[in-house]
Design a protein around this ligand. Structure first.
Ligand code: KDG
Ligand code: MG
Length: 401
């Protein structure tokens, strides 16, 4: 088999998505997600100018060699643009390999380790009472694990509490500016989880995302303050360029820690995993360089009792989400999969095979990873410039968003 063509398809059926579609001389095609929110066109240029020309005529079954060629052969390794581009190609190649074998992708990894995947959904409110009600609604829908976020008194809407800033195709051609105060946040968040346990009891798993805003000692404080409420995980407490910072957090709290949605290679997580400084690794197919590398990272994590919890926000396409699920079905150390609903338009453009019931994801038995793109329909939703927000402290200092 030979690769005859590679198309890069950009569409915005709710969010911008970059999709790699690989064609072969035997008629098999595969798709992969290469979306990098807010930097989509940088990935498109990297793919079109530098990677696609290298692929024409190559044997698509030699996935490992192609991955190594694209990673090592560039000389300039790592980074979100590079790794998202490699991921798009790698995922499409795995899709083709599974189709050639006439199997769902998870079978190529060694088969299923479980029947269904526990997932978590989001619930939020501008005030505690609203967030408590939102969590209750999610429980009524059958979800067993829920990420809860709440507005902070004295601050305008913060991350995860205002749908308009994070959850729709971000509406500004330039980034929104939000305001942040760590001390106000640290004082308020434990009240949310106290109210949640008081109202909803202990039979629901609760998660929380700090979105990289704390220092290690502040994260240690938050982890300690949340201990009485037994969270499933506390996510992204600190910006993790400084992996050693987690040693300090770990020393002070038994609240389980999750991190990694912005990581690109195993090198971003090696120390965290090997020293067992985290409990869940959040790396996801598209931003971690595809199936070839994420599978290795998951295996490394498993050796050190770190479980998976792939980033599953709606700013990665259904091709990424479905591939995460294929890996999740296999991974012996699967933990949980984030699930945020796609727009109906997205699900029309990307045909899919998964279903959800009673708080679990069912990846389905479609051949390949199970997602395809309707190219004609995709043309109806052209790219829209959109940025994630930025954050400033109350005195104007630029902070982590
Ligand atoms: O593009 C950034 C989003 O995917 C991110 O803000 C969502 O933190 C997130 C999460 O945990 O889903
Ligand atoms: Mg997050």
């Amino acid at each position: 088999m030979k690769i005859t063509d590679v198309k890069i398809i950009v569409c915005s059926p709710g969010r911008n998505f970059v999709t790699v579609k690989i064609f072969t001389d035997e008629g098999l095609t595969g798709i992969g997600d290469a979306t990098l929110n807010g930097r989509e066109k940088a990935v498109v240029a990297y793919l079109e100018d530098h990677l696609v020309p290298l692929l024409i005529g190559k044997d698509p079954s030699r996935i490992e060699d192609i991955w190594q060629y694209l990673y090592k052969g560039a000389y300039w390794r790592r980074g979100p643009v590079t790794m998202a581009a490699i991921a798009g190609i790698d995922t499409a190649l795995w899709d083709i390999k599974a189709k050639a074998a006439n199997m769902p992708l998870y079978q190529l990894f060694g088969g299923a380790s479980r029947d269904k995947l526990l997932c978590y959904v989001h619930a939020q409110g501008s005030e505690i009472s609203e967030a408590v009600e939102a969590v209750g609604k999610r429980m009524d829908e059958g979800y067993k694990a829920i990420r809860a976020q709440v507005g902070i008194p004295g601050l305008p809407a913060v991350y995860g509490t205002d749908k308009s800033s994070t959850n729709t195709a971000a509406l500004n051609a330039l980034p929104n500016e939000e305001v942040w105060s760590t001390s106000k946040y640290l004082r308020h968040v434990p009240n949310l989880f106290s109210a949640l346990r008081e109202t909803h009891g202990w039979d629901v798993e609760l998660l929380h995302d700090t979105h990289h805003r704390l220092t290690p000692i502040e994260a240690a404080r938050l982890g300690k303050d949340l201990e009485p409420y037994r969270l499933f995980w506390l996510e992204d407490t600190v910006a993790a360029e400084h992996q050693e910072g987690f040693r300090l957090i770990r020393k002070h709290t038994v609240t389980p820690l999750a991190v990694g949605e912005v990581f690109n290679t195993v090198w971003d997580a090696r120390l965290l995993i090997e020293e067992q400084l985290i409990d869940y690794i959040r790396m996801t197919t598209v931003h971690a360089g595809g199936v070839t590398s994420l599978r290795r990272i998951m295996d490394l994590a498993g050796i050190y009792n770190v479980r998976t919890g792939c980033h599953g926000a709606m700013d990665m396409s259904p091709a990424c989400f479905a591939t995460n699920m294929q890996l999740g079905l296999w991974a012996p150390n699967f933990g949980i999969q984030e699930y945020t609903e796609y727009t109906p338009e997205t699900l029309e453009v990307f045909s899919h095979n998964w279903s959800i019931s009673d708080g679990y994801l069912h990846p389905g038995e479609a051949i390949g990873h199970g997602v395809d793109i309707d190219e004609e329909l995709a043309k109806k939703y052209p790219y829209e410039p959109a940025y994630l927000p930025v954050n400033r402290l109350e005195d104007g200092t630029l902070w982590h968003w």
